[in-house]
Design a protein around this ligand. Structure first.
Ligand SMILES: [Ca+2]
Ligand SMILES: [Ca+2]
Ligand SMILES: [Ca+2]
Ligand SMILES: [Ca+2]
Length: 474
């Protein structure tokens, strides 16, 4: 009941987003019909967006696929609605297909976007004179307020080197970074996305850390994202990554959506030979090992960004340990930092075969993780199936119903709560098996520092066992 009540604000928030969009459409003041599939000139999609700056653009069914040589740019600030009828907007060039450069609300339906494809760590898209191309890019203004609304209905993105879909409220643009290490500043605006029947496939394979869909929010404001009947597959980095820094929360809901086979840009088969042997080592202080005596950061590989390198030193300055690791990515990755919480509800969702974790939620600073998984399964991911990690003030509330985690290289479900705050997890009608080495690897629940931890498991088959630390099973 506690969890049920906590989810109520989320429904109200989504209703507000939808109501706001309806108002925006009603106030549109320019209408254009695309009359040919030329790249530019009278009657083209480009003229409607760039010259006429129409608010509502209709592409009739008789118009064929549209090949472009450069980005379609919409630089007005008033909301843009594009009604396609199944066309493909494609390019043979490594450019962004559609850019909303001044933070306008965007509503696109029945339209597909295709880059040149063929990207990999051996055929990178970030080596040219212009940045690697994205599918759809919405750049929020530095002084923007209110909510930036993006609605995508029956929209697909294929074959771009960089993010498939990117909504950026971050002054550092593509260098914004992720998670607690993310930098940059942002506007007071919030970002709200609705993705219905979206399909993002084979995006982000031409650049390090390029996701199927990425939202960066800095400054005040929330990220709200709703995915329904959508798929994010074969993406170079995360299928979906939501990065919220500073004040504000993340609200995620997924229904009948698939996040699978993502995260393989940093191909271990290709990079492995560049990693020194041994790839990790520990030393006693009395060995007096200096940094000059151990392997340094990797250079000369197809993309050195892929190879993480860490050195720990004793107070004396001698090396305690070093480690190299190849950076692989997740099915869906949420990072919330600064004030605010991470709310997530995943229903009938699949997260399979990703190269790192399946679901990876990290919450730092003040605020909670409140997560519900219903009829959702994570199988065959290289690391944990579901990993939720909360630190600083705040609690973890987990609700797992009729869900499954199996055959993952890491644990099945991991709930970690550190610093002030409690951990409260309920698992019902769910199962885990064959995760990691099957030695208490089905569910791991950890409550550290001040607070209490409780795990309730009912009508479930946790075949590979439960590992508790600071948590009581009730
Ligand atoms: Ca913001
Ligand atoms: Ca925040
Ligand atoms: Ca917290
Ligand atoms: Ca605690």
């Amino acid at each position: 009941m506690l969890l049920h009540n906590r989810f109520r604000p989320f429904g109200a928030l989504l209703a507000g987003v939808i109501a706001g969009l309806a108002i925006n459409v009603a106030y549109a003041d320019g209408f254009a019909v695309v009359t040919n599939n030329n790249d530019s000139g009278s009657g083209s999609l480009r003229e409607a967006l760039e010259v006429q700056q129409a608010n509502v653009v209709f592409i009739p069914r008789r118009i064929g696929d549209i090949n472009i040589t450069d980005t379609l740019e919409y630089s007005a600030t008033s909301p843009l609605v594009i009604f396609g009828t199944g066309q493909k907007v494609s390019t043979l060039h490594n450019v962004t297909l559609l850019a909303i450069t001044q933070g306008a609300d965007l509503n696109v339906s029945n339209l597909n976007f295709a880059g040149p494809g063929g990207f990999s760590i051996l055929n990178r898209g970030d080596q040219g004179s212009i940045p690697a191309g994205k599918g759809i890019f919405v750049d929020v203004r530095d002084d923007q307020t209110g909510t930036v609304n993006v609605v995508l209905n029956k929209v697909s993105v294929f074959g771009v080197a960089n993010h498939g879909i990117h909504i950026s409220d971050c002054s550092l643009a593509d260098d914004c970074g992720g998670g607690s290490s993310g930098g940059g500043e942002g506007s007071p605006a919030s970002i709200a996305l609705i993705c219905n029947q979206c399909r993002v496939e084979n995006a982000g394979n031409g650049k390090f850390d390029a996701d199927g869909l990425r939202i960066d929010d800095r400054g005040d404001g929330d990220i709200s994202a709703f995915f329904k009947d959508s798929t994010f597959t074969h993406v170079g980095a995360d299928g979906v990554e939501l990065d919220e820094g500073n004040d504000g929360s993340i609200f995620l809901k997924t229904v009948r959506t698939d996040f699978s086979d993502n995260g393989g840009y940093c191909d271990p088969d290709i990079l492995g030979p560049f990693v020194p042997t041994p790839d990790e080592a520990e030393f006693d202080e009395s060995e007096m090992v200096t940094v000059a005596e151990i392997p340094g950061p990797v250079t000369g590989s197809p993309d050195d960004s892929c190879i993480e390198y860490a050195v720990d030193e004793y107070d004396s300055g001698f090396v305690e340990a070093y480690e190299f690791a190849i950076d692989l990515d997740d099915g869906i990755d949420l990072d919330e930092a600064g004030e605010g919480s991470l709310w997530a509800s995943m229903i009938n969702t699949t997260i399979n075969g990703n190269l790192d974790e399946g679901v990876d939620f990290d919450e730092a600073d003040a605020g909670d993780i409140v997560a519900s998984f219903v009829r959702t399964r994570a199988t065959g991911n290289n690391d944990d199936g579901f990993k939720l990690s909360e630190e600083d003030g705040g609690n973890v509330y987990g609700d797992v119903r009729r869900s499954r985690a199996a055959d993952n290289g890491g644990k099945g479900f991991v709930f970690e709560e550190a610093d002030d705050g409690d951990l409260t997890v309920s698992v019902r009608g769910s199962s885990t098996s064959n995760n990691d080495d099957s030695d208490d690897t089905g569910i791991e629940a950890v409550q550290e520092d001040d607070g209490a931890g409780t795990l309730r498991v009912r009508s479930s088959n946790i075949a590979d066992g439960i590992d508790l630390d600071g948590v009581e099973q009730i």
